[in-house]
Design a protein around this ligand. Structure first.
Ligand SMILES: [Zn+2]
Length: 203
């Protein structure tokens, strides 16, 4: 119940600057990142989330279990109710999902700039990632995906962006899913520092 209360306090419907201050998202953003919401984001907790043929389901038998799903166009974020019992994972997943909203509004120059960072990692054969969502796509990438900027490549870039944000801002010291080497983590932190230094991120 404590977490439920915490989440209500972090009301995502508050417009304007939501980093820090009363009613802000600060419990989920431990790093310094200015964030604003373009319009309210509706948050729902549902039990036993799964996905079947791209459709999000609750309490229905399906093979693919998920912790959360975000719908930037309809401004909705759905989280598995079980996360309310695990504050660390809740923070990590909320930050990841909120950055899906940021990615949509980031604009092409910033998205391409992040992709260039990832391309440089590939040239150096960097292994690992900062979360399963990006790692699962990364291990299936081929040189063709990079060359043609395929849908799979763009999906990877998006998930990597969100996983990196969760690594930076969710306030966790370590996690089993963080397998990217330290020097690449440092480069990503520098990239995010420059991004947040250029103005507030729009969710
Ligand atoms: Zn994701």
């Amino acid at each position: 119940m404590r977490n439920r209360h915490l989440f209500r306090r972090c009301n995502l419907s508050i417009p304007g600057s939501i980093f820090g201050g009363k009613g802000g998202l600060s419990p989920f953003f431990s790093g310094r990142v200015p964030v604003v919401t373009a319009s309210p984001i509706r948050v729902r907790f549902l039990p036993e989330l799964t996905v079947r043929r791209g459709k999000l389901l609750s309490k229905q038998l399906a093979r693919t279990q998920v912790h959360a799903a975000s719908f930037p166009r309809r401004r909705e974020l759905v989280l598995d109710a079980a996360l309310l019992d695990n504050h660390r994972e809740l923070a990590r997943i909320v930050v990841h999902e909120l950055f899906h909203f940021a990615w949509v509004r980031l604009g092409n120059p910033a998205r391409r700039s992040y992709e260039e960072l990832l391309r440089a990692e590939f040239r150096r054969r960097a292994r690992g990632e900062l979360g399963w969502p990006s790692e699962l796509v990364k291990v299936r990438l081929s040189q063709r995906d990079l060359d043609l900027r395929t849908r799979r490549w763009r999906e990877y870039a998006c998930e990597s962006f969100c996983d990196t944000a969760a690594w930076l801002y969710a306030g966790l010291r370590g996690h089993a899913e963080w397998t990217l080497a330290q020097r690449y983590r440092s480069q990503r932190a520098t990239w995010f520092g420059a991004l947040s230094g250029s103005g507030p991120l729009v969710l």
